[in-house]
Design a protein around this ligand. Sequence first.
Ligand code: MSP
Length: 648
Amino acid sequence: MKTFYITTPIYYPSSNLHIGNSYTTVAADAVARYKRMRGYDVMFLTGLDEHGQKIAQTAEKEGVTPQEHVDRICKSTKELWKLLNISYDKFIRTTDDYHVKSVQKIFKELYDKGEIYKSEYKGMYCTPCEAFWTKTQLVDGKCPDCGREVTEMSEEAYFFRLSKYADRLLELYKSNPDFLQPASRVNEMINNFIKPGLEDLCVSRTSVKWGIPVDFDPEHVIYVWIDALSNYITALGYGSDDDSLYKKYWPADVHLMAKDIVRFHSIIWPAILMALGEPLPKKIFAHGWLMFDGDKMSKSKGNVVDPVVLSERYSVDAIRYYLLKEIPFGADGSFTNRAFINRINSDLANDLGNLVSRSVSMAVKYFGGSIPQTREGGEYDDDLMSTAAQVKTEVEKYLDELQFAKALTSLWRLVSRANKYIDETSPWVLGKDESKKDRLACVIYNLCETLRIISVLLTPFMPQTAESIQKQIGVSENEVTWDSTQSFGVHKGSGISKAENLFPRLDTQKELEELQALLEKSNKQSAKAADEKPADEKEEKPQIDIDDFLKSELTVCRVTDCQKIEKADKLLKFTLFDGVSERTVVSGIAKYYSPDELKGHNVIVVTNLKPAKLRGVESNGMILSADTPDGGIKVVFADGIPAGSKLR
Ligand code: MSP
C-alpha cells in the first residue's frame, strides 16, 4: 500500500489556540482525509512543543510546574482538535519519554560525527521566538520575526556545523524545485539567510532548565528547535528499538506550516538530516498568515478569533469551509466577521444547502423517498454528468497541489450546475403530468447522484456536512468511496429522507452584531484568565449608593427541579422555591452544570427582576453565579441557609 506522511508544526502550548493556529491543522486534516480516501496508508502527525524558557516562565507565573502546565494545555489542545474534527493519527509531545531519549541520541550521534562541537556563544537571543540571531539579521536592533527586544548572551555552548551545508542547500532548492513551496519562499531563504552567509548554529543552552539535557554533558539543555524539529522522526520511532514506522513512512511527503517558521524547516531541518545521513522530506509547504480584519491576531490586542465560539454558533464545517475557501493556500488572508457570515449565507445556505434541500424534498414529495428504476436520458443530463466528471478530476488535481480554495471553487461549479439543472428541468412542472413521471424520476435520480458525488468530494473539507448529505440521500458506506465518484448509476434509488436544513440562512445585520459581541466577550474572558487585560477594557463599574444596592431583592431559593431546554444548548430551566411559592427561572449555565448537579441545592436569586422571555419560557429572576478566572461559571450556593431567607 502506498504511504503518505503529513505533519503540522508542533504547537507551543497555549491556553487559547485561535483560528490562526487551527489553520494549518485544518488544512493538514483535509489532505490526510483525501489521501486516505484515495487508498493511501496515511500517517498524520501533530502535537505540542513543550520545552523552552517561555513555557517555564508561564508555568511559574501560574504557580504550577512546567509539566503540570503543559499537561493541562495538552488536554485542551486535544479537545480543540476533536471539536474541529482533526483526524490525526499520532499526537506527539516533546516531553514524551521516547522523544526525549531519541533527541538525546540524535544529539550524541551528531556530536560523535563531529557535526556538533563545543565552543563559546556570543549572540542575540529572542526569548519569545526562542531564536538566536546574528547582528546583521536584526531589524533596527530587534528580532526580525516578532520585532521584540533581543538580549546579548555569552556562554559555553554546543554548535551545529550549519555553515558547511550552504552549498548543499542551494543545490537542493535548485535540483528539487518542489522541495519548498510556494516557490517565492525559496528566494527568501536564499537571499535573506543563505547568501548573507550561514553561521554555525548554537544548539545548547545552560541558562534554560526546562528542556532536554545533553546526556553526556547535563549542564547543557538542547536548543528547542533541534528538540522540536526532531519530532517528525522521533514520532516514528527513529533512534528507538522499534523504528518500523520510520522505515515505513519516512521521508515525509509534506511538512505543512505557516511562513514564519520556514527558515527552521527549509534550512536547519534538512541540514540536520543531511548530517545524520537520513533522507530529506519531499516537500515543505508554507501557507500565509491569517489575520483578523487585516490586523495580526493577538491576545493583547483582544482580536483573537476563538474557533470554539464560532463552532458553537455556526458549526465546525462552516469554519473549515471558510479557512480553506477564503484564503488561497500560500497567501496571507483575513478573517472578518462579515466575510464569514457572507460565505455561510451564499455558498453554504444558498448554494449547497438549497440544492440538498430542494433535491431531497422532491425525491420525498414525488416518490416517497424511493425513485423507480425506469430512467430515460434527457436534455441537460449529459452536461450535468460531464461537469461532475470534470470537477472530480479538478478537485483531485488541486488537492494534490494543496490548492484548497481552487478545489472548492471547482466543487461549487458542480453545485451551481446542479442548481441550474433543477431550474432547467423544472421538476415541479414534470410532476404535474403523469406521462412525464419517468423523466421526473430520471431528473431526481440524477440530482441524488450529483449529491452523492458532491458529498464524497466534500468529505476532506467538511466531513460532517458530507455525512449529513449522505444520510439524507440514503447512501451506504460502500457507495461513498472516492472511486465511486467516477460516474452516475451507483445509487440504488431508495432510502431518501429529509432532515433539517444544513445551513439555515442568517440575518446578516443581526448576526454581525451578535457575533461581534460574542467574540469580544470571549476575548475579555481569556484576557482575564491570562491576567493581561488591556487597560482600556477594564470593567470598572461606577460607585453606587447603598440605596441602589438595596433595590435588589436577593432571596435564598431551593432548586426543586431543573431541566434542559430543547434546542437551547446553553439554557437550563429551573423551578425554584422562594420560601412562599414556586417560580420559574431560566439561566445560561447549561455548559457548566448538568441539571442533576443543581437539584436540591439552595442558590441566591434576584427575585424582583422584571420577567423576561428566553426561548419562549418566562424567567422570573436571576441566579447569582461568578465568572471564574479560567473563563468558566460557578453558581453561588447557599446550602444550609433556609429557602426564603433574604440577603442584605
Ligand atoms: N513550536 C513551533 C513549531 C515547531 S515545529 C517543529 C511553533 N509553534 S506555534 O504554536 O507558534 O505555531 C504553530 C503554527 O501555527 C505555525 O505554523 C504558526 O506559524 C501557525 N500560526 C500561528 N498563528 C497563525 C496565524 N495567525 N495565521 C497562520 N498561521 C499561524 O511555531
